[in-house]
Design a protein around this ligand. Structure first.
Ligand SMILES: C[S@@+](CC[C@H](N)C(=O)[O-])C[C@H]1O[C@@H](n2cnc3c(N)ncnc32)[C@H](O)[C@@H]1O
Length: 261
């Protein structure tokens, strides 16, 4: 089990010093976006969803809710997040309440296969497929929650070839819950689960540049308190991820699809 952190909001409060409500959006982004590329990655995904105020959007594997809140703020849509990790769903709800978005963004603790919701106008999933063994069922279950023709976007870590990245990784402490597919396998699985391909983009170079810039970003942070103990070897996990991207073991692919009518 990889996602074992608890008391997430308390840890964030300690980091924030003056309280989460006093943080800038840029500082929030450093806490609650749990994928390579941070809030800029969400910006890259957003255009393909063609959102308009009043629509309802599904975020599958919503984590701490950073992407869901960003999508809600920038589109005026209602966003529903679904995630299997109870502590993340609790934190996502609390953070959303603090951000004043509780009317617009909600979270449910559930596997997508058991989630009771349908007729969403759009959906996205970011950095989740690595933890999903049965990808065909995962994407088919997402499709079952959407209206025909709905837009679906992915932003996922993929394997380049046979070589596995060295754990610990952000999504797997020991490799036993890492189920990486290659980009070709992932795209084909999504297409065979009822989606029509619109766009499939290799974002690896952009993400590698984002990791290059991260040192400067971390150096520029000014928190009133020193960070508490990093949960579960977070720095090593991020470094191993960055090295695997740098050495060509992993890629990041962004996908855009429509649910077949
Ligand atoms: C690396 S985090 C990404 C979180 C979020 N998408 C983000 O980008 O900030 C992966 C998340 O996927 C969730 N997850 C893994 N398998 C899942 C599944 N079958 N259904 C829903 N969520 C899942 C985990 O609990 C975790 O919160």
């Amino acid at each position: 089990m990889t996602y074992t952190e608890t008391d997430l909001v308390a840890s964030m409060e300690r980091l924030a010093g003056d309280g989460l409500a006093a943080l800038t959006q840029e500082q929030w982004d450093q806490f609650d976006q749990f994928h390579a590329g941070g809030s800029e990655a969400v910006e890259r995904v957003l255009p393909s969803l063609h959102l308009a105020p009043g629509m309802t959007v599904l975020d599958v594997g919503s984590g701490l809710g950073g992407p869901a809140r960003q999508v809600a703020r920038s589109s005026g849509c209602t966003v529903v997040g679904v995630d299997v990790t109870p502590a993340y769903v609790d934190a996502a709800q609390e953070l959303t309440h603090t951000a004043g978005l509780a009317e617009q963004v909600r979270f449910f603790c559930s596997d997508i296969a058991a989630f009771d919701g349908s007729e969403f106008d759009a959906a996205y999933t970011m950095h989740v497929q690595m933890n999903v063994a049965d990808k065909k069922t995962y994407f088919a279950e997402i499709g079952r929650r959407l209206r025909p023709g709905a837009h679906f976007a992915t932003f996922e870590v993929c394997l380049s070839g046979e070589t596995q990245p060295t754990p610990p990784l952000p999504w797997s402490l020991d490799g036993t819950d890492s189920f990486l597919a290659t980009a070709d396998e992932l795209r084909a699985t999504i297409q065979s689960s009822g989606f029509e391909l619109v766009e499939w983009v290799d974002e690896t170079a952009w993400v590698r540049q984002w990791f290059e810039n991260i040192g400067a970003r971390i150096g520029g942070r000014r928190y009133p308190n020193h960070p508490p103990r990093a949960p579960d070897r977070r720095l090593t996990r991020m470094l191993n991820f960055a090295i695997a991207l740098d050495t060509g073991i992993l890629t990041i692919h962004r996908g855009s699809f429509n649910l077949a009518p």
